[in-house]
Design a binder for this molecule. Structure first.
Ligand code: XMP
Length: 319
């Protein structure tokens, strides 16, 4: 029988035994797994846990502030927020190839995280939000790297000379178990049951070259879409929903004036395993409402379209 309280006690015991008086470093992404690891480690070892949260500028609307509010202010967890937005936008300048964008974003994360690890020279452990499916995935893949630095991350690892011992408290748990654990540890259910968000973030939802202006516009549009989905009780009925920024300009009229502005695509899917997916048949009235809000509230958008492609052949993300 799977009892969360027992699980928590057992984990806390094990972590304390393993770590002793030493310090643990954790990369906090804002996602479910790393947040649950943070809450669990905090319960076990309190201030011996140091989290690094890299604000890439490619996160969801106000996500950086939210992470700090929940983890640092409310839960009193040690969190270092690294404002790396400039680095990301500079690093991505002029790059429009999806795979190279992913690579740049992943490598920047490693570089920034590694620098933090070096600056905090009294750290002995590296914690990771690896869950059981990641372990299987990395065993199946020939590189075996998926579980070294996961999610953002998906690339490389930390250099050997940092010589940190690895702790992965969730590595025997399935996603639904991780979620239950998170709620029991006091994380908000809305956060714990959030749709998946790709490691490269908005970087792969802005087609082509990434710019701060595009990211800000996209985050606002995405926020409106998600807010309305929740309000209309549709969020939990879709598996993943988000907005995509299309860097093409299209004409619109506001009053007597013509506007020549960008296009936002809305994407919502239903799926069990994310390997295949069908586009969510959201009510027309609902799509209409979201479209109106986005065009009225965001100056830089003059047109909204709805993605009616299923996977396969289309992927869930646009890049
Ligand atoms: P696709 O677009 O391949 O997406 O149908 C399937 C699922 O994977 C997520 N995804 C990613 N997650 N890094 C991630 O951590 C990535 O580069 C990445 N690309 C896609 C996507 O959001 C969907 O849930």
């Amino acid at each position: 029988l799977w009892k969360t309280d027992n699980i928590i006690d057992t984990h806390v015991e094990n972590i304390r035994h393993l770590v002793g008086k030493e310090k643990v470093l954790l990369g906090l992404s804002g996602g479910v797994d790393s947040s649950v690891v943070a809450a669990l480690l905090h319960k076990a070892i309190g201030k011996q846990l140091v989290c690094v949260f890299v604000d890439t500028g490619l996160l969801r609307f106000e996500e950086g502030d939210q992470v700090m509010q929940t983890m640092a202010d409310k839960m009193d967890i040690n969190v270092i927020r690294v404002n790396a937005q400039e680095m990301y936008f500079n690093g991505l300048k002029g790059e429009s190839d999806p795979e190279r964008k992913r690579k740049i974003i992943g490598e920047l994360f490693i570089r920034i995280f590694e620098q933090q690890a070096r600056d905090l020279d009294d750290i002995q452990w590296l914690a990771q939000g690896t869950i059981y499916p990641d372990v299987i995935e990395s065993a199946a893949s020939s590189t075996g790297k998926a579980h070294v630095i996961k999610s953002h991350h998906n690339v490389g690892g930390l250099p050997d000379d940092l010589a940190l011992k690895l702790i992965e408290p969730l590595k025997d748990l399935f996603k639904d178990e991780v979620r239950k654990l998170g709620v029991s540890l006091g994380l908000a259910p809305e956060m714990v049951y959030r749709h998946p968000f790709p490691g490269p973030g908005l970087g792969v939802r802005i087609l082509g070259e990434v710019k701060r202006e595009y990211a800000d516009t996209l985050a606002k549009a995405d926020h409106i879409f998600i807010e309305e989905l929740r309000k209309h009780d549709l969020y939990d009925k879709t598996s993943q929903a988000f907005a995509v920024f299309l860097p093409v300009k299209s004409v619109g009229v506001v009053g007597d004036a013509r506007r020549y502005e960008y296009v936002i695509a809305l994407r919502a899917v239903e799926t069990i395993d994310f390997m295949t997916a069908r586009w969510a048949h959201l009510p027309y009235e609902f799509i209409d409402l979201v479209s109106r809000r986005i065009i009225n509230e965001i100056d830089k958008v003059s047109r909204v379209v709805y993605d009616v492609s299923s996977k396969p052949p289309a992927t869930i993300e646009w890049e």
